[in-house]
Structures are given as structure tokens and as C-alpha cells.
Design a protein. Structure first.
Length: 189
């Protein structure tokens, strides 16, 4: 449980995340965030903007797991305030590596409330990085909002980390896999 003054926060699957975190090396928060965005772009390129939010959530979660991330879908969370417990008050669409909150939308326009909702979840769960990804936009670039909540300097990678070429080939493989998946083949060739 996390105590932040008058708010005590908890999540139903926190112990499960801790178990998986011990079994694999931890990823940098920015690496996790970059993989979320790279995968979201590949999905949007492969499928376009016509699917329901649930379809994007299931596909994004599966692809992130395939890349080695721990992903919790529709994580129910609660909190307490002034001594009163509020169980199952909200659901986070995706929690990646117990560090990055991803709120998904599939609507034709962005609303400010989407970012406010994600930022509130980030504060309540004490997470540093979050994204609102609206797959309903014709250009996914217009549907992404990156949010930070007291991001620490050590969480931000050195510029040299992104200057290496190995990440581009990983994204290319990921895109090829998704493009073939959309065509019904399921695997990259």
C-alpha cells in the first residue's frame, strides 16, 4: 500500500506485478514508454482507426507482452480518503511494467478530460509516466498525449540510448509482424 498523506492507495494485482518484476530485468520507464508508442503506431498503421477501444487494448497488450513487458489490462484500483475506503473506483486500461499508465480511446476527437483522467490515475497510483492514445484519429500522432508526474532524472535515458540503430530494426520487425497479422497471416515472413 502506498501512503500519500490523507490518501492510501492500493491495487488488486500489485503482488502479481512484483512477482513478475523479480523474474525479469527491469526496463527503464522511458524504454517502456517508447515501446508502447512504437507498438501503438504499428497497430494503427496495420488496422487504421476503425476498431473499438477494446480491440486496440487487447492487441496492444498482447504485442507488449510479446516484447517482454508485464502488462495488466483493466486494472481495478481503489483508494482511501479521510479514513473511508473506496474499492474498485476506477480502471486503468493498461499498466505496463508497473510503471506506465496507458489510457486508450477510439473516438473521432480528443477531449481535455482524457488527459485529466490519466493524470489523476497517475497521481493516485503514484506513477511517473502516462499516455492517452486515441486510436480513433486519422493520424495517430494527433491522438497521443504524453503525461509526466514528477518524473525523476534517473528515469530519463541518455540521448545516446536512442542514437543506437538496434531499436529501429526491432520496430521494423514489430511492424512486419502486425502488418501480416492484419492480413490474417499471424507471423512475420
Amino acid at each position: 500500500m502506498k501512503d500519500t498523506g490523507s490518501r492510501m492507495l492500493h491495487g488488486k494485482t500489485r503482488a502479481k506485478s512484483a512477482k513478475f518484476a523479480k523474474e525479469r530485468p527491469t526496463m527503464n520507464i522511458e524504454t517502456s514508454g517508447k515501446n508502447v508508442l512504437d507498438t501503438a503506431f504499428a497497430i494503427h498503421t496495420a488496422f487504421g482507426s476503425g476498431l473499438l477501444e477494446k480491440a486496440y487494448r487487447v492487441i496492444l497488450a498482447a504485442e507488449l507482452r510479446r516484447l517482454g513487458h508485464v502488462v495488466e489490462e483493466e486494472k481495478t484500483c481503489g483508494f482511501s480518503f479521510n479514513g473511508a475506503q473506496y474499492e474498485n473506483m476506477f480502471r486503468v486500461d493498461l499498466l505496463v511494467d508497473d510503471a506506465v499508465i496507458v489510457e486508450l480511446k477510439s473516438v473521432c476527437r480528443n477531449e481535455r478530460v482524457f488527459a485529466k483522467q490519466c493524470l489523476t490515475y497517475m497521481r493516485l497510483l503514484d506513477k511517473r509516466l502516462g499516455f492517452v492514445i486515441n486510436f480513433g484519429m486519422p493520424s495517430l500522432r494527433d491522438g497521443i498525449v504524453r503525461l509526466v508526474n514528477n518524473l525523476e532524472k534517473e528515469d530519463v535515458p541518455d540521448v545516446a540510448d536512442f542514437a543506437r540503430g538496434e531499436k529501429a530494426s526491432e520496430q521494423g520487425e514489430n511492424f512486419a509482424y502486425l502488418a501480416n497479422f492484419a492480413r490474417g497471416k499471424g507471423t512475420s515472413e
